[in-house]
Every structure is written in C-alpha cells, then in structure tokens.
Design a protein around this ligand. Structure first.
Ligand code: CUA
Length: 305
C-alpha cells in the first residue's frame, strides 16, 4: 500500500504535485542554508574585528522578506488548488458507476447498471473512468486504495464521489482510513483492475444466479437456511438479507472478513465458528451449528462461484 507508485490518473496527479513540491522546496532549502552558512562564515568573530553594524528599518529588506514568502506560497497554492478541483471532477458520461457503502466493518459494493452485488472486492476495467458513489450505513469511514489516489470519506446521509481511471491491471489493497470502531484496522478491501474483456467476463459470471448445490453442498444450503445465516445474508434466488455481505458468488472472492483472511475452507470454518474471535467486534454472531452442518456449509459457500 504505497502512494508513491500510482496506477490511476487520480494518484498520478497527487504524486506529480508531491514530487514537484519536494523539488521546489529542496531548492529553497539549499538557497536558505547556503545563505545561512555564508552569513555565519562572513560575520564570525575574529580578533580585532569590530561588531557588524545592526540593520534597522531597511525598507528594501522588509519588502523583500515579505514578498518572497508571498510569492512562494502563491506558487505552491495555484497547482495545489487546481489539483483539488481536478480530484473533485464531475464524472465522465461513460464512467462506470459503483456504489460503495461503508459498514462496520466491511464494504458493500453494488454495480447498479450491471445488476452485480459483491463485497470487499471492487473489480474495475482498466482504461475506463470509474465513479465510486461513497455512502455509509453507520459511522464515518474513509475509502483509501493508496495506489489509486487520495482518501475520501463515507458519511451517512450524503453521497461523496471519487472518479478515477486505472491504467495498469493488478490487485491493489486498500484500507478504511477513518477510525470507525473496534475493527477499523480490519476493514480492508481489494481493488482488482482487469482488462475490459476480463471485466466483461467477470460481470457476466456475477450476473448469473449461483449454481444449485449438489451432494454435501445441498446439506450446506439447508444449514444456511436453518442455522440463522439467512436472516442477514443474501444469496440471489434463495435469501435477501441485507445486514451482512451478499454471498451469491462468495466462492470466487479472494478474501473473507473484509480482506482479513484468505478465502480457504479452513479460514472460513474458523470464521463461521466464532467471528468475534477472529475479528474483534464483528457483528456476525456465533451460530449454534453442529460440526457436520458447519463443514457442509463451508462446502456450500465455497461452491458459490
Ligand atoms: Cu471503517 Cu475505519
């Protein structure tokens, strides 16, 4: 998670501004320090030397050391303000809209135009502008994928927007950047940038309903319905809970518990057994599932590709 290696136009703008400022301020530092060294050397005490004459009310100097900082601040503020406006740009008409809702402590991700719902993994096409519509279902969160660019808050009752175009395919980790309670540090996400073709394939596969379970997975579905999961989680065609993440294609996600653990059967079993033990404050309760129900449930969820 580095801001110094951007992969989106938003990040490039901020990074370029930063790099320029480092260059300019380094130049100012060198000039000031050189003057300082010169003054110390020239006016050092030497035997038989009289004290230098103090300067009072020198109009030229007064104007000089007022004007020069004003010029420096002006030179710095013009590109800064321009960049602020550009990072708040109105979305392009062809931008892909994605609704991202912050929740304690995970990210709900909806593609309203594509009829796709997922969580904690935001898949975007490379080369096309993306506009995130950032909302909160509870407290204030902050969206931050460092290699994409600046942070933006998710605030209840308000929609904040963040528009960017990713230029390099890859998987970029992100993190909630506003303290939001016990598991703030565990509110992570992945931004996955894919070629337009791969993105279209991803959308197609995520639009399909999940494959009906067979064998052990069928028992897992029964456990999902009987064990209480159904009250909070949606699986398209089966349930419509909205408290927890949509699980329609859970099996194809890379991580569980908002980017905290790899999506493996072992981690998933441990997670379902005792969520608050794996993620402090997790809203998902311990459910009274037998060992057989639990392992069938893990098989079922893993089958939801
Ligand atoms: Cu959400 Cu910190």
């Amino acid at each position: 998670m580095s801001t110094f290696n951007p992969v989106a136009d938003l990040g490039w703008r901020i990074d370029t501004l930063f790099t320029n400022f480092i260059g300019w301020t380094l130049f100012i530092l060198v000039v000031v320090e050189a003057l300082l060294v010169w003054v110390i050397w020239s006016f050092r005490d030497r035997p038989g030397r009289e004290e230098p004459k103090p300067v009072h009310g020198h109009v030229g100097l007064e104007i000089g050391w007022t004007l020069i900082p004003v010029m420096i601040v002006t030179i710095i503020s013009v590109p800064t303000i321009a960049t602020i406006f550009r990072t708040q740009a109105t979305p392009a008409p062809n931008a892909l809209r994605i609704e991202v809702t912050g929740r304690q402590w995970w990210w709900e991700v909806r593609y309203p135009e594509l009829n796709v719902v997922t969580a904690n993994e935001i898949v975007v096409p490379v080369g096309r502008p993306v506009t995130l519509e950032l909302k909160s279902a509870d407290v204030i969160h902050s969206f931050w994928v460092p290699r994409v660019g600046g942070k933006r808050d998710l605030i209840g009752g308000k929609v904040n927007r963040l528009t960017f175009t990713v230029d390099t395919p890859g998987t970029y980790p992100g993190q909630c950047a506003e303290f939001c309670g016990l598991s703030h540090a565990n509110m992570r996400m992945l931004l996955v940038a894919e070629s337009p073709e791969a993105f279209d394939r991803w959308v197609q596969s995520k639009r399909e309903p999940s494959v009906p379970p067979t064998g052990v997975a069928e028992g897992g579905r029964a456990a999902f319905m009987a064990g209480g999961c159904v009250a909070c989680h949606a699986i398209r065609g089966l349930s419509s809970g909205v408290v927890g993440p949509d699980l329609t294609h859970f099996g194809s996600r890379q991580t569980i518990a908002a980017g905290l653990f790899a999506n493996t059967p072992e981690n998933l079993a441990a997670w379902i057994k005792d969520p608050p033990a794996m993620k402090p404050g997790a809203r998902m309760p311990k459910l009274p599932l037998g060992d057989e129900q639990l392992s069938a449930l893990v098989v079922y969820l893993g089958s939801l590709k």
